[in-house]
Design a protein around this ligand. Sequence first.
Ligand code: URP
Ligand code: ZN
Ligand code: ZN
Ligand code: ZN
Length: 460
Amino acid sequence: MQEFDLVITGGTIATASDTFQCDIGISDGKIAALGTGLKGAEVIDATGKYVLPGGIDSHVHIAQPSSGGIVMADDFESGTRSALFGGNTTVLPFCLQQKGQTIRQALNDYHAKQDGECYTDVSFHLIITDPTPEVLGQELPAAFEDGYKSFKVFMTYEDMRLNDAELLQTFDVARDFGATVMIHCENEDAIKFLIEKHEAAGKLRPTSHATTRPVAVEREATHRALSLAEVVDIPLVIVHVSNRAAMEEIGRARARGQKVTAETCPQYLTLTAKDLEGMDWEGAKFVCSPPPRDEKEQEACWEGIINGTFDLFSSDHCPFRYDSEDGKLNPRGRTNFRYVPNGIPGVETRMPILFSEGVMKGRIDLSRFVAVTSTNHAKTYGLYPRKGTIAVGSDADIAIWDPSETRVVAHADLHDGSDYSPYEGMELTGWPTTVILRGKPVIAGGALKSEKGNGTYLRR
Ligand code: URP
Ligand code: ZN
Ligand code: ZN
Ligand code: ZN
């Protein structure tokens, strides 16, 4: 009988459609057989555990300069190591085109940062901030042809936002080449108006971050983005949706026949604007956009996870440090909420949060968990079925979850480059204890068994 390089036996396997028990035979980095009585040179006994496709986090920011110039607290080494410990085998970070940069320059710079540094497989989305005629006419089409087939555009952030005309032009190029458009929906003019009001009233603390970005600015921008997509006739990925009104806009667009993929994130299920009220600027640890809302909106987002409104559950990992060795990394951010860089860490806690709060608490089943944390990401961004499932021929990217393990989240136990977790103190049950990347156990017994550089760039 054939001997496989590695056999995983005894566990309960889940894909986005089925849950079943059998052995997995792995050879040459690929899943070679699903069956019983398989023989392996190496055997992992997964009795009592769940054997799931490795997580794919399709929305992470690594080594990206923020608005305001503060560089994110993770490079590719720390960011992908942290991702791996959280049960991920692939992440899709953003390659930012800075104003005035060619797409090629942006890609060359960003590839130089990831080369030889990664623990997980990676593939880039572009961020387009400067859609000049050259970018739209030559550079973007060339990038698409090179396999960079997805990009994000922003309706907020002064230095990144596109206006409606630019959105339409950018959508049009995406349509011609079948590229995937992700969009951040918040109305920058309304936010700016509210920021000026808050400053005039001396309301400068982190909590003003939430009150200057109310639901209406997200709802309006979501509606506008979907309308512009309808005009051009393209599908859209609406990222980091935080509330029911925006979900309803997505529902209406779908009812009209538009193809919309929708994403939400852990912060919208577990945090609220109250977290921004912390003493001594502690609230700055929860500044992300859109901001966390309230319990009712959390419930709405849970409904969306359960009923299929959301296809994707991503971290929007965007790490900054709260303190640094020499005191405050961002002293300006301690004077006015508008200078706190937007974004929070979360690539390592994304799946444990959904596993514990979703699967263990009976809100969703294992297949739904797999769909929104892995399979749908692969399908949305052109990696399926190589990634995102457990099937013969797929890459052997697997996370083995122990549903009996309970841990209290403490940043000291995490592996990212930030210095806090917004989820500190949460008790979570169910953690990935073994992670296999293309057939190689890279985390075993909760310990790292890999080196940077074992993750590769995935051309799409
Ligand atoms: O606050 C956030 N989400 N920062 C990351 C950048 C983005 O908009 O996704
Ligand atoms: Zn965004
Ligand atoms: Zn984003
Ligand atoms: Zn983001």
